[in-house]
Design a protein around this ligand. Structure first.
Ligand code: F6P
Length: 303
């Protein structure tokens, strides 16, 4: 069994980056433990973007902050739960994360996840102005019947899955590849009322007898495409969210990197997600992510 730590040294991942990746894997263990045991109550507060915040979001965010503060190479954090960047030291690494994506699914016991993008920001840097292509690594943890994460590094080949076993993350899949196949996770179906083009696209998927696999959590939904090796996840814009709902820095860029590294695609309808420059921490984007041909089809239908 290859532990994550051994994997990083076998792959020759640069020491500081490896330490950040291990820090995040430790956070996933603590969040996993909290999800299994914590009360699922309301914290009575809203997050920076006016969404209802469950206690577990707050806890998960703090657990990541605490873990990152132990690692001196990390200087800056950006969390979906924080209104601003948080300087925690002088290190040049920046970690952007969504501590508990899909947290409203915890009380009904569906899978949820943590999403992470890691950058080298240099001294006094910021996430603003960065592109997903500049991520040194990205990770997506899923807390479901099992606790797993997917990871890819910019300078390394491939996407890898690790699974928590007896307190350690061990390698369980070293060939995560996305090809073609008929599976769809159609987000924001409300948009079909406003967009005849999206309606036609969804109708195409149904007419062609695609398998519907949609949980309502972006991390498990996109992870599923990565592990089954096929399919499409869509979240188009509509009147309530003219730029889409999902966030570029915290959700779309890291998951887009994993998808591209596995051979798939991630686009906003016309542009690669990873080429979009971050103008504001809370920036949203439409997203079509999955098999290359499926992403191309989305763009053709919605053009
Ligand atoms: O906020 C993120 C998220 O919960 C994703 O995990 C999920 O894909 C999406 O929102 C679901 O959005 P909606 O509630 O509009 O269906």
């Amino acid at each position: 069994m290859t532990t994550f730590k051994n994997f990083l040294s076998e792959k020759g991942v640069q020491e500081d980056l490896a330490s950040v990746l291990l820090t995040m894997a430790e956070s996933f263990k603590s969040i996993n433990a909290q999800i299994r045991t914590a009360e699922v109550g309301k914290a009575g507060s809203s997050n920076a973007y006016g969404e209802e915040q469950l206690a577990l979001d707050v806890l998960s965010d703090r657990l990541i902050q605490d873990e990152c503060k132990k690692n001196s190479v990390i200087g800056l954090l950006a969390s979906e739960e924080l209104p601003e960047e948080m300087k925690i030291g002088d290190g040049s690494f920046g970690v952007a994360y969504d501590p508990l994506d899909g947290s409203s699914l915890v009380d009904v016991n569906l899978a949820v996840g943590t999403i992470v993008g890691i950058y080298d920001l240099g001294e006094g840097g910021s996430f603003i102005g960065k592109k997903g292509d500049e991520q040194l690594a990205s990770m997506a943890a899923v807390y479901g019947p099992r606790t797993t994460f997917l990871v890819a590094t910019r300078d390394g080949e491939g996407v890898y899955e690790f699974t928590l076993k007896d307190g350690d993350f061990v390698l369980t899949n070293d060939s995560v590849k996305v090809e073609e196949g008929k599976m769809f996770a159609p987000g924001n179906l409300r948009a079909v009322n406003e967009s005849p083009k999206y309606f036609e696209l969804v109708k195409y998927w149904m007419d062609e007898q695609y398998t519907l696999r949609y949980s309502g959590g972006m991390v498990p939904d996109v992870t599923q495409i990565l592990l089954k090796g096929k399919g499409i996840f869509s979240y188009p814009p509509y009147s309530k969210y003219p730029q889409g709902k999902l966030r570029l820095l915290f959700e779309c860029a890291p998951l887009g990197m994993l998808m591209e590294k596995a051979g798939g695609a991630a686009r906003d309808g016309s542009v690669r997600i990873l080429e979009k420059s971050l103008e504001a921490l809370e920036q949203r984007t439409p997203i079509f992510v999955g098999s290359k041909d499926e992403v191309r089809r989305c763009e053709e239908y919605l053009a």
